[in-house]
Structures are given as structure tokens and as C-alpha cells.
Design a protein around this ligand. Structure first.
Ligand code: SF4
Length: 252
């Protein structure tokens, strides 16, 4: 895998305007970061991994339960430092008590707290939910915005949360959500260098995987991470995808 990045000027390009990184390949120039250079062979191999995982996990999807973009935004804010399963236990009562962004805006963080108390950092999370929903009502006509820049203006929303919302609620792929499973699997499958930071893993994946599959690929990695490739040792060598694509498989 090529480890070089593009030009220094491109590395510095972090403005929020369109065509933010003109040195990126066509279709990826709106990204606010430069992509590493990858070869056509590396891209083909990444597509083959995508295909194999797709066939294995045809139902892979976001593990958070929601029925609207604002519910997904709230569930994602709540998922910090806890599991998706824990969030899914708490959100039915919360979503029932506050059906719309306006309901949160009309309420107070204190009134939200009891519903999210089980999830840790509940004061901060209640405040983030209240303020983000209030801003959605006041600044975005009650609709969750569909651009990265607008989402990032909301309290409690960083790039990772925005990517989850854009990818899953709106099918807009603006980046990769790199969690612990995705970081591990990307390196084990040789899609990113072993010493890559989470930031660099995202960039390698963006360079290697077709853009329309970024959100899907996240769920596929998470499915394989949970089912086969666990953090504390996986089913190495017993699995056909691992045997074919993971360098670890032959060492076990
Ligand atoms: S071979 Fe082992 S390390 Fe590699 S993906 Fe499979 S379970 Fe994970």
C-alpha cells in the first residue's frame, strides 16, 4: 500500500468551501481532507472485500433504533461512551415522551435527564439533546440539516456523529465513521497501515471504498467484528473471508 499523501498545500486545505481538496480524485474533491494515494489493485482488492462482506452480512445496518433523522441524531449523541444496546433500551421511553424536536425545545435539560440517566454523562447528554433540538427548531425549520457544516454547528455533534446521521438517515456519504471494530478490521485486512491513526484509517477507507458504500461498509465491518473478529482474538483461520483477506489468518 502506498503510504504517501498528496501535496503539502492539499494537506493544509481544511476550509469549508466546495472543492475543498482539489487534488483528490473526481467525486471526492468536496472532502475537507486529502486522501492518501492508493493503487487500482488496492481499490480492486477493497471492492472484493466489500463484496464478500456484503454476501456474508446482507442485513447489516445501523444498530441504533430510530424512526426519524432527529431520533437517530439523539441516539448517536447518547451512544458516546456506552453501547448501542444500552441506548436502545433507553430511547423508546425518551422518544415517546418527546416525539418531535419542538417537544425537546419546549422542555429543559433537567426534564430530559431521567430518561438518559442510565447512559453515563447524562447531564452533558441531556444538555446536548436539548440545545441541538432547540437549534434545529430555531435555525433549521425543525428539520435535521443535511450538510456536515450545518450539523457541526449543533451542540454535541462532532464529525463522527454527523457522519452517522448523514450516512444512515440521508444516505449522504461524507466520510467514514471509524470505531474500534473498523479500526481493527481495516488494519487486519490490510486496508490501512498498522500504525495509522483513526484519522488516517478514515482517509484510506475513503480512498479505497466506493463512496456510495461508505456507510454500508461501516456496518459490514462492525458485523464481521462482532461475529468473527473479536477484539480479544478472533476465529482466525476458521473463516473463509479471513483466510482470503486477513494476513493474521495464516498465523493462527
Ligand atoms: S483472521 Fe483473525 S484477525 Fe483476521 S479478520 Fe479474521 S478473526 Fe480477525
Amino acid at each position: 500500500m502506498s503510504t504517501g499523501t498528496r501535496s503539502k498545500s492539499a494537506r493544509k486545505s481544511t476550509s469549508t468551501k466546495e472543492s475543498r481538496t482539489p487534488s483528490n480524485p473526481p467525486g471526492l474533491r468536496d472532502l475537507p481532507f486529502p486522501l492518501p494515494e492508493v493503487t487500482a489493485t488496492e481499490r480492486r482488492r477493497a471492492r472484493a472485500i466489500l463484496k464478500a462482506l456484503r454476501e456474508r452480512y446482507p442485513d447489516a445496518k445501523c444498530a441504533l433504533e430510530y424512526s426519524s433523522p432527529h431520533e437517530l441524531l439523539i441516539a448517536t449523541i447518547l451512544s458516546a461512551q456506552t453501547t448501542d444496546a444500552n441506548v436502545n433500551k433507553a430511547t423508546p421511553a425518551l422518544f415517546k415522551a418527546f416525539p418531535t424536536p419542538q417537544d425537546y425545545a419546549n422542555s429543559t435539560p433537567k426534564k430530559i435527564e431521567p430518561y438518559v440517566k442510565s447512559l453515563g454523562f447524562f447531564r452533558n447528554k441531556s444538555l446536548a439533546i436539548h440545545e441541538s433540538m432547540r437549534d434545529i427548531v430555531e435555525k433549521f425549520d425543525g428539520e435535521v440539516p443535511q450538510t456536515m457544516d450545518e450539523l457541526l454547528t449543533l451542540r454535541g455533534v462532532a464529525r463522527k456523529t454527523a457522519n452517522v446521521v448523514l450516512g444512515n438517515a440521508f444516505h449522504i456519504n461524507n466520510g467514514f465513521v471509524v470505531d474500534t471494530h473498523i479500526d481493527r478490521l481495516s488494519k487486519r485486512f490490510g486496508l490501512a497501515p498498522q500504525d495509522a491513526t483513526v484519522t488516517m484509517v478514515e482517509r484510506y477507507l475513503c480512498a479505497l471504498i466506493p463512496r456510495d458504500a461508505w456507510s454500508e461498509m461501516s456496518h459490514l465491518f462492525i458485523s464481521h467484528g462482532r461475529a468473527v473478529c473479536k477484539a480479544r482474538g478472533g476465529a482466525c483461520a476458521d473463516d473463509a473471508i479471513c483466510r482470503r483477506y486477513c494476513s493474521n489468518a495464516s498465523q493462527n
